[in-house]
Ligand binder design. Structure first.
Ligand code: ADP
Ligand code: ZN
Ligand code: MG
Length: 480
């Protein structure tokens, strides 16, 4: 039987903030274990949490960037459970009144192996804010607990079951990460555990409207693992369904080394968290004005930027995609593009020359010796006919080495294009006199020889002659 996969993701991302969610401990990755701790995040009795405004604003920002409705009244709740990663025996989270609901993420990306996917909107059910738990590390005979992570602000983004393939899930994660990074909400570095993903997946016979039984997959710690796990799980479930088995709702883990999922628990053993409103915290309220003030701080998202780059600057979708892959690269191009008459040329120089040199030098475009301003001087020198494209490559390399602008390099090295007609006609006459054999061939009707003469004139003028003028002068002296 042919099945359609139905997939919904639950993504946790750590909010970038200076301090933890309910105490003043640093929110810092990589510190010596159990050094960023205090009585609040260690769950001592008698202490009170104080909510982190920065993290709440970041969550609202994430909601606005994904088109969510922002709750004017929301609250925190206690999620009760007993486990060493949570010293209080409850996690402060949000249950029925999250900060953000009903959003959408637009997919316009590529699948895992790079092939483009059709555009698609994926619903966001909710985004809520909670505190992260301690990190457990299991050694040979014992386990370690690092409470530095306990209490770090953590957003949960629950997606609608709108995804239909491993590639769509991959593209969704890429879009989400892009939004979080452009919004400066989270760095989403999976290796640092700043972004973690649970996958819910079910199959239904093609054409059927009702969803099948969903399986939740946990412990997916890379986009690649998410993609692999979904493909594996689609095959596994299809095989069971083909054998006529009924699936039970269960939670499975993913073993990336073995490339298989394994049973963790069934629905019968699911936790009952006994949520109730957090009595130590006031509900959180927002006025329309406050929400609008946060909206005013939103950055332009990559998707909108790509469209604007194509519309305003005439870029191809491909170029726009490359230039928006990174926020600072996009800003670099945007600045340069505004300073020149031919933004498309700015895009070409950045993509082919600048990224190659910064890549070689192992630096970010922001730290490039060629700034958007000096790049613009180069492009303007080309556009005004001061130098030709070939010389421009040398000028660019020199600019990258020295940090000088194009005009300085051109003057210092005497690279300005020769547009002086007497100099060009002299060079043309010299070349025609130098190659009588080729001249005879040309006169016999071999038109291709013209390019040879152009090349020789350029060589004679060390590449500086204005190529248009050379061609015109050649034709003139050849009697055309
Ligand atoms: P639960 O109550 O088990 O947490 P939810 O309805 O809250 O389930 O959904 C959790 C996640 O599972 C969401 O991301 C949602 O999109 C996804 N989901 C829900 N039903 C299905 C299904 N039948 N198949 C695949 N994913 C599903
Ligand atoms: Zn603390
Ligand atoms: Mg749920």
């Amino acid at each position: 039987m042919k099945y359609e996969a139905v997939i919904g993701l639950e993504v946790h991302t750590q909010v970038r903030s200076s301090s933890k969610m309910f105490c003043s401990c640093a929110n810092e990755f990589g510190a010596e274990p159990n050094t960023n701790v205090c009585p609040v995040c260690m769950g001592y009795p008698g202490v009170l949490p104080v909510p982190n405004k920065e993290a709440i604003y970041a969550t609202v920002k994430a909601g606005l960037l994904t088109g969510c409705t922002i709750a004017k009244f929301s609250k925190f709740d206690r999620k009760n459970y007993f486990y060493p990663d949570m010293p209080k025996n409850y996690q402060i989270s949000q249950f029925d009144l999250p900060f953000c609901t009903n959003g959408v993420i637009h997919l316009s990306g590529t699948g895992f192996s790079g092939e483009p996917l059709p555009d698609k909107d994926v619903g966001i059910t909710r985004i809520h804010l909670e505190e992260d738990v301690a990190k457990l590390t299991h050694f040979h005979h014992d386990s370690g607990v690092d409470y530095n992570r306990a209490g770090v602000p953590l957003m949960e983004i629950v997606g609608e079951p709108d995804l239909r393939s491993a590639d769509e899930a991959y593209a969704y994660l890429c879009s989400l990460k892009e939004i979080m990074r452009f919004g400066e909400i989270s760095d989403c570095d999976m290796e640092k555990g700043q972004m973690r993903c649970d996958v819910n997946i079910s199959l239904r016979p093609e054409g059927q409207k009702e969803f099948g039984t969903k399986i939740e997959l946990k412990n997916l710690n890379s986009f690649r693992a998410v993609h692999r796990a979904i493909e594996y799980e689609i095959d596994r479930q299809a095989e069971l369904l083909d054998r006529g088995e009924t699936l039970r709702q269960e939670t499975r883990g993913w073993n990336d080394d073995r490339g298989e999922s394994y049973l963790m628990r069934t629905k019968e053993s699911a936790h009952d968290y006994r949520y109730f409103p957090e009595p130590d915290l006031m509900p959180v309220t927002f006025t329309d004005e406050e929400i609008e003030a946060i909206r005013a701080t939103l950055p332009e998202l990559p998707e909108a930027k790509r469209q604007r780059f194509c519309r305003e600057y005439g870029l191809t979708a491909y170029d726009a995609g490359v230039l928006t892959a990174d926020k600072s690269l996009a800003a670099y191009f945007d600045r340069a593009a505004k300073l020149v008459k031919t933004p498309k040329q700015a895009a070409n120089w950045i993509i082919t020359s600048l990224l190659a040199l910064t890549g070689e030098a192992g630096i970010q475009v922001n730290d490039s010796p060629v700034t958007p301003e000096t790049l613009a001087t180069l492009i303007n020198a080309i556009d005004s006919g001061k130098i030709n494209g070939k010389i421009a490559k040398d000028v660019f390399a020199e600019m990258f080495d020295t940090g000088k602008d194009a005009d300085t390099v051109i003057n210092e090295k005497g690279l300005a294009q020769v547009s002086d007609s007497s100099a060009i006609s002299g060079a043309v006459a010299e070349v025609l006199g130098q190659f009588p054999k080729q001249l005879a061939e040309y006169r016999d009707g071999n038109g291709k020889i013209l390019q040879f003469f152009v090349g020789q004139v350029m060589k004679l003028t060390k590449g500086k002659a204005n190529p248009g003028m050379v061609v015109a002068e050649l034709k003139k002296q050849l009697g055309e």
